[in-house]
Design a protein around this ligand. Sequence first.
Ligand code: ZN
Length: 567
Amino acid sequence: MPSAASDVPADTGLPLGDTFHVFDTTLRDGAQREGISYSVTDKLAVAALLDELGVGFIEGGWPGALPKDTEFFARAAAGELPLRTAQLVAFGSTRRAGLAVQDDPQVKALLDSQAPVVTLVAKSDVRHVERALRTTLEENLAMVADTVRYLTDNGRRVFIDCEHFFDGFAADADYGLRVGEAAVAAGADVVVLCDTNGGQLPGPLSDTVAEVLRRGGFRVGIHCQDDTGCAVANSIAAVQAGATHVQCTANGYGERAGNADLFAVLGNLITKLELPVLPPGRLADLTRVSHAIAELANIAPNTHQAYVGSSAFSHKAGLHASAIKVDPDLYNHLDPDAVGNDMHILITEMAGRASVELKAKELGLDLSQRPEVVQTVVDTVKNREAQGFSYEAADASFELLIRSALAGADAAEPERLPFRLESYRVIVESPKNGKAVAGPSSSEVTSEATVKIWVGNTRVVATGEGNGPVHALDSALRLALEPQFPPLRSVELTDYKVRILAGHAGTDSITRVLVTSTDGERDWTTVGVHANVVEASWQALVDSVVYAVQSADQPASASDQQMQPTE
Ligand SMILES: [Zn+2]
């Protein structure tokens, strides 16, 4: 069973403990942004990043309503998402009108998710109760109270999201307060005031928050959409008015104009209001986590985003660099190091020497006495980023890069590439009658790939088929290698992302491909970049296979040695 209500883990490292909540809803509200489609593996990776950053709560989705979200919670509960700081939150709705709470399958799915915390969305605007929900004001209050009590009785901590609270409060303030009071009387901990249509401005919103705190006598949270461009300002204003729970999404992702950007809100709360809402030292992860989540969402990072954009601290060309050197404080509102950013453009957090050492340590490699290896990795990452590579999500490619730098610098480290490529070829064939059916599942267009490789002194030629060129290449490569490398049999491609990077300085545009693979136990992501999408995909596939082979080697005992090819 999950931990009991109000059972905040003792070792979260949050300086303010439970007295202030940073609540992230990137995976629920933020996932409603057009164009975002996370796989379950993506969702687990996003949640892990948010936990590394140190948010208190991660709303993972709506179990029962969306199959992917149900699977996300199941995999998290099965141990795939070990959390250090955050608690996982399931989102759902109050019971249906006229239905007993224990008979509502949607409410049951919230319990089944095993999330220790539940956020319930409730109507608090009389017009929405009567016109959208089409029930009575009293029944709506009973729906709130019944659902909260049922969940708290079952050991869950409950927050209540009051939808369209601000417009509702303007229309009938008493009813808005009654909804909050009903929830709290039934055991809810926080009443979250939602600016659902995003129409608020900071002044009036702040007045409402203060009035609710004065009259309601319950803990207040804030959830802002960005339709007036004020979501961050509104969130900060609410906190200054007394809200102690703030809901945000990474990079402000969300439907329409989006939500309050988690990174701007954290930057403001910590560096401007001096509220230590993250565990010590984590603010320096802000930029890295922002960019890594952008990669997983497959959205180009906003270079001009507050605090975390690559240009957020770079100054226009007319400003002499030496002037900034004299005293950067004269030009920057904040030391960019504080949020893991930099005054320059192409240097990412990943390329820093300390990060390379840290990542190597995670892999069990001590590079503290190997500055030349660290320098090689830093230089390679910088060069490759200039070409369009990105390692922020491609952890496996980054690991291979470290290993190959080690192999190059250390003669004792054997050459570990498991094969050499002679050539590959891909054919895409339309149907014989020349008529393909339009639409995403036009399976009549088939692809066939042939790869010619050398494993040791053996030449292997293999042909594979697939519903697309990448799938066909993957099949052929696997067919060629599986007899020599049996662990590849359990490896599967689970995700494939393509991004076209605009050309600059007269160059053509290039394609970046991210491939995610799994062996059923672990997932890893690799990257390829080329003007040609097939070549970019090939690079990512090769990294994936090499990673699978090498990491299967790692724990191998002497008796497994005959599995290895000899050069
Ligand atoms: Zn929202």
